[in-house]
Structures are given as structure tokens and as C-alpha cells.
Design a binder for this molecule. Structure first.
Ligand code: NAD
Ligand code: WQD
Length: 339
């Protein structure tokens, strides 16, 4: 039984991953400063798991708070979700993003090394590929300089992990490049709870569906795609969570740098998403076309073969599951996690 520290474990992807870790027989410990989540999620996680999961309120940038966890628990590995993730905000507040995401990761790796804990799984992103030259995107595709501070922090932490592994070859560094996580746990107890008006497509769709927002603006319908709207690889958050379990099963104590795309391999356009959502709710979701959003890539979807061959993982849930589960979460929790 391995004990896994889950930084950012109270967040959207972290909370779903904690549940799958427990189901797979791992012992997770949640570490979070609640800067983008609410303590109310903890009781929901415990309810789904049928037991209390240890949690620590702390900030990854504060050495003493991390050391306290490593002193109290014998930690075998770390899954590192903690970070800030809003692209637009990162342009406004680049220093906060570098501090939280890059300095925070550096502090975490430094404390891990100090305690001889050398298994690190990092939440990276397809954003490291920038505008891809070829789709579907394999792990061999070049990592590019990002077009926003958020994306660049992902590139920087990937490099930091790789350099550390060169210097200390006992490290197992796993870089998981997520495509577009959506959906929620089937129970409707946990899901994505963005602050304010959502930036991302799926939470925007769900908030229109429950009447919190009037209509979706589709950013651009003149892209060189089948219907003029951008294409993404949407992946159900529970599939993504299971990808972390498989990555742990495979990479724990396996020294090296291991890089995997976590996506479905299928690209859907924004209009495909609107249509799927309309089907789920039984009427046409209000939407209009608007100007392109600066910085959007035209199409981005994964070649997920490597994860299938090496980890034995592939996404199982389809677009209907994604829309139904997102909607179910939003309907049951119109205001997200209320304290
Ligand atoms: P989230 O904001 O829901 O979860 C992140 C959690 O980390 C939050 O609970 C937050 O309170 C916590 N946190 C942030 N800074 C912290 C700090 N300094 N110390 C302790 N805790 C801190 O985000 P998410 O969607 O679950 O994303 C998790 C990770 O996956 C992030 O690193 C994100 O960049 C990455 N990622 C997300 C997506 C996506 O679309 N959701 C895509 C690719 C990669
Ligand atoms: C998807 C599509 C929009 C909202 C972002 C980050 C990326 C990753 C995931 C962390 C795009 C369109 C959206 C709306 C719209 N995060 N859209 N109207 O941009 O692929 O990725 O989140 O790593 O780094 O950049 O996801 O959900 O914002 O957009 O038309 O109100 O939906 O233009 O084509 P994106 P998204």
C-alpha cells in the first residue's frame, strides 16, 4: 500500500483522482491551500470513498508546511496538481503564476529530494505543444514557447523535472499532458466549480443550461475546420483520474522521465459540443457567434497510443457521458460547493 501526497487534491481534477486512488488501493493525503477550491469538497470526497481521507491545509511554496507533512507521513510519491490555471489571469498577473506554479513546484521537488521521495507525477497540459504542426499530437511533437504565462509555467516545470532527473537519476518524473478535462463524478457530488464567469467551454455550457448565464458566445466560426469552430480533445475527468492511477502503477520507483498524453484521440468542434449538450438537455442551447478569442489554437487532439501501450490506459467515457455528468453536477449544485 503506497502513500501518495496529492497537492491540489481539493481541486477539480485532484478530487476525482483521490477517489480513484482510494478505489485502486492507494492511500492519498490531500494537501491544498484552498485558493481555488472549498473545504466543503472534503466531506463529499469522504462520502464517496466511505472513509476519511487525511488532509492538510498548506501552501506548496512554504517549506515548513511541506516538511511537516513529510515528517508526519512516509510518502512514497507525489501527484502534483496544485497550481493556478487561468490563462487570461496569468497574462494580468504573470509574477503570481511563476511564483505559485514554478517556485511552488521547485519547493515541492526540493522537499521531496530532502526526504528521499523520488516519485513525481506532474499535471502538465497539451498547451505545451502550442499550435501543433500536425494532429493528432504525439509526445514527440515539439514543446514550444507558450503564448501565455500559464502555459510557460507548464513548459518550465516540465524542464525543471527533466533537469532534476538528469542530476539525480533515481527520480521517476512523470509528465502527464492533459487535453481538455470535462465531466464530473457520476454521483453528482463533486465537479468543476469555477469562480465567477467561467473561462472554459464546458462550465459555460452547463451554466447556460441551468439559466445562470444567458447564452454561449462561440469564439470564432471562420477557422479552417469542418464547421469553422475550434477543435479540442475533451476527456472525462474520471478517465483522466484513472490515467493517474495507471501512471502510478507503472512508474512508481521506475527511474526516468515518462511523458504521456492523456486524451481520447477524438477531436470535437465547439459546435459539436453545443449540439451534444442540446441533446442532453432536450432543447437547443442558446448560443451566438462572436469574435475569435486571441491565443486560441485551431485544433488540438491527442494521439493517446503511448499511454495505451505502456500504461494500459485509455479513455472509456464518451461525449454523452461528459455532457450528462457535467450537467448533472451543475443541476445538483447550481452554486457549486457552498461553504
Ligand atoms: P483547480 O484549480 O480546480 O485545482 C488546483 C488546486 O490546487 C486547487 O484546489 C487550489 O486551491 C490548489 N492550489 C493552488 N495553488 C496552491 C498552492 N500554492 N498550495 C497548495 N494548493 C494550491 O484546477 P484543476 O482543473 O483541478 O487542475 C489541476 C492541475 O491540472 C493544475 O496544475 C492545472 O494547471 C492542470 N491542468 C488543468 C487543466 C484543466 O483544463 N482543468 C488542463 C491541463 C492541466
Ligand atoms: C475550448 C474551445 C474556445 C469558452 C484551456 C487552456 C488550456 C487548458 C484547458 C490547462 C475553444 C471555445 C470557450 C466560451 C467558446 N488548461 N469557447 N466560448 O482554450 O482549449 O484550453 O483550458 O492547461 O491550457 O488554454 O479550453 O474550454 O477555454 O475552450 O467558444 O465561452 O471552446 O474558443 O475553441 P482551451 P476552453
Amino acid at each position: 500500500m503506497s502513500t501518495i501526497l496529492v497537492t491540489g487534491g481539493a481541486g477539480y481534477i485532484g478530487s476525482h483522482t483521490v477517489i480513484e486512488l482510494v478505489k485502486a488501493g492507494y492511500d492519498p493525503i490531500i494537501f491544498d491551500n484552498f485558493c481555488n477550491s472549498k473545504p466543503a469538497v472534503l466531506a463529499r470526497i469522504n462520502k464517496i470513498c466511505g472513509k476519511n481521507i487525511p488532509f492538510v491545509v498548506g501552501d506548496i511554496r512554504i517549506r515548513e508546511q511541506l516538511e511537516a507533512v513529510f515528517n508526519n507521513f512516509k510518502i512514497d510519491g507525489v501527484i502534483h496538481f496544485a497550481g493556478l490555471k487561468a490563462v487570461g489571469e496569468s497574462v494580468q498577473k504573470p509574477l503570481e503564476y511563476y511564483d505559485n506554479n514554478v517556485n511552488g513546484s521547485r519547493m515541492l521537488l526540493s522537499v521531496m529530494k530532502q526526504y528521499n521521495c523520488k516519485n513525481f507525477i506532474f499535471s502538465s497540459s497539451a498547451t505545451v505543444y502550442g499550435e501543433p504542426d500536425v494532429v493528432p499530437i504525439t509526445e514527440q511533437s515539439p514543446v514550444k514557447r507558450a503564448n501565455c504565462p500559464y502555459g510557460q509555467t507548464k513548459v518550465d516545470v516540465e524542464y525543471m523535472g527533466e533537469e532534476l532527473q538528469k542530476a539525480d537519476p533515481e527520480f521517476s518524473i512523470v509528465l502527464l499532458r492533459y487535453f481538455n478535462p470535462v465531466g464530473a463524478h457520476k454521483s453528482g457530488l463533486i465537479g468543476e466549480d469555477p469562480k465567477g464567469i467561467p473561462n472554459n467551454l464546458m462550465p459555460y455550457l452547463t451554466q447556460v443550461a441551468v439559466g445562470k448565464l444567458k447564452e454561449l458566445s462561440i469564439f470564432g466560426n471562420d477557422y479552417p475546420t469542418k464547421d469553422g469552430t475550434c477543435i479540442r480533445d475533451y476527456i472525462h475527468v474520471v478517465d483522466l483520474a484513472l490515467g493517474h492511477v495507471k501512471a502510478l502503477d507503472h512508474c512508481l520507483n521506475k527511474a526516468g522521465v515518462h511523458i504521456y498524453n492523456l486524451g481520447t484521440g477524438v477531436g470535437y468542434s465547439v459546435l459539436d459540443m453545443v449540439n451534444a449538450f442540446s441533446k442532453a438537455i432536450g432543447y437547443e442551447l442558446p448560443h451566438k457567434f462572436a469574435a475569435r478569442r486571441p491565443g486560441d489554437v485551431v485544433q488540438c487532439y491527442a494521439d493517446p497510443k503511448k499511454a495505451k501501450e505502456e500504461l494500459g490506459w485509455e479513455a472509456k467515457l464518451n461525449l454523452d457521458d461528459m455532457t450528462a455528468d457535467s450537467y448533472n453536477w451543475q443541476k445538483n449544485n447550481p452554486n457549486g460547493y457552498e461553504d
